[in-house]
Design a protein around this ligand. Structure first.
Ligand SMILES: [Zn+2]
Length: 116
């Protein structure tokens, strides 16, 4: 799903997008002149290789997520989790993919290893 930044004004916009087996849905709201806050839920599962034993397992994802999308390059505050879009179009799938990549790059252990 994509939306033009300029279409997100005072009204919140509902969004829903999907990547692999993960859904990201919620509302997008105008935060400042070039920032839009995307607030919602991340749900689904990722096939992950256990970082302890190497077995593949299905990692359940169910979390609240807040991400900022900026209309153009954003340099003002490094502490914010901001994804930049340069063509004036907010692509929710891009947000989701970047979050999924971040989750994948974290360490996760299968049920058996979690019990140790
Ligand atoms: Zn394991």
């Amino acid at each position: 799903m994509e939306i033009l930044f300029k279409k997100i004004l005072h009204n919140d916009v509902n969004f829903e997008t999907e990547f692999e087996n993960i859904k990201f849905f919620g509302i997008a709201k105008r935060e400042s002149k070039d920032l839009v806050l995307c607030k919602g839920k991340l749900r689904g599962n990722i096939l992950h290789t256990c970082d302890r034993c190497g077995e593949e397992f299905s990692l359940l994802i169910d979390e609240d997520l807040e991400l900022f999308a900026s209309d153009g390059i954003y340099k003002k505050d490094d502490s914010l989790d901001v994804i930049e879009f340069e063509n004036g179009i907010l692509n929710f799938e891009t947000l989701l993919v970047s979050e999924v990549e971040a989750i994948k790059s974290d360490y996760h252990y299968c049920d058996n290893c979690n019990k140790i």
